[in-house]
Design a protein around this ligand. Structure first.
Ligand SMILES: [Fe+2]
Length: 254
């Protein structure tokens, strides 16, 4: 683990047992959208501003994106997302939200989040051993970054052939590193040479997770490891709406 990541800025990390959880987590989000009516979903949304990143307001719980910007000839980013952090269950309790109908789904989210933290923990230990001087492990286990690690479940809107290209515009993730855990069908493209370089279409396989650095990795290493740019395209307009599940690992920069 790790060698490939340091050389190429990405790596396939095997996480045995992850895909079964990923499928259950995606399925459970579908159930959430069926069972919790749109006017009730805002009770499941929390905006939290962490100390270390004043420009970024991450959300816990449910969050839709309407996609009003046009990118590359297509509508951008129409998707429903759900952010799971362990603190979410307490937040929901504090707001008296009835979680009973999706309790098993939240438990599966917790299980997958824990599995990701365990593998991320191995990953930072490996990085410290082979790319010393940054205290990745200490920064990752700092309580402030521990609370920021998030599991994100995305359901893109159904797109037709007339809306064929970009469904998620090009960006570099803002976190430390990302595990792309699984997806219903391909669509993710990575840009190892940056936005003007040629994209590579990514093909996920079960229990193999794509690990890649985000903006915080670049900041921390003064650019020695750059964040990997990526976008999402509607590769097969006839396919049902795409879903994907992603884990964002954080570190403190202080
Ligand atoms: Fe991303």
């Amino acid at each position: 683990m790790g060698g490939e990541f340091l050389q190429t800025g990405r790596e396939i990390v095997p996480i045995p047992g992850s895909y079964a959880l990923v499928e259950k987590v995606a399925e459970g989000f579908g159930r959430f959208l069926e069972l919790v009516q749109p006017d009730q979903r805002e009770r499941w949304t929390y905006e939290v501003l962490p100390n270390e990143d004043p420009d970024h307001k991450p959300d816990d719980g449910y969050m839709p994106r309407k996609g009003d910007a046009k990118v590359s000839g297509g509508r951008d980013d129409i998707k429903q997302t759900f952010h799971y952090r362990p603190r979410l269950i307490k937040l929901l309790q504090s707001r008296n939200v009835d979680c009973s109908l999706v309790r098993d789904w939240l438990e599966t989210c917790a299980e997958l989040h824990e599995l990701c933290v365990a593998h991320a923990s191995d990953f930072v230990r490996w990085l410290d051993a082979h790319f010393p001087g940054y205290n990745f492990t200490g920064r990752f286990h700092d309580p402030r970054s521990r609370d920021a690690n998030v599991l994100r479940i995305l359901r893109y809107a159904e797109r037709g052939p007339g809306d064929s290209l970009t469904v998620g515009k090009y960006h570099v993730d803002r976190n430390f590193f990302t595990f792309a855990l699984g997806e219903s069908h391909p669509g993710l493209r990575i840009f190892p040479e940056g936005e003007s370089g040629a994209p590579i279409a990514y093909r996920a396989t079960p229990d193999n997770v794509l690990a890649f650095p985000g903006a915080k990795f670049a900041i921390l290493t003064a650019g020695r490891i750059a964040g990997l740019g990526h976008d999402v395209v509607n590769e097969n307009p006839a396919a049902p709406p795409r879903w994907s599940v992603v884990f964002f690992a954080h570190v403190t920069l202080e």
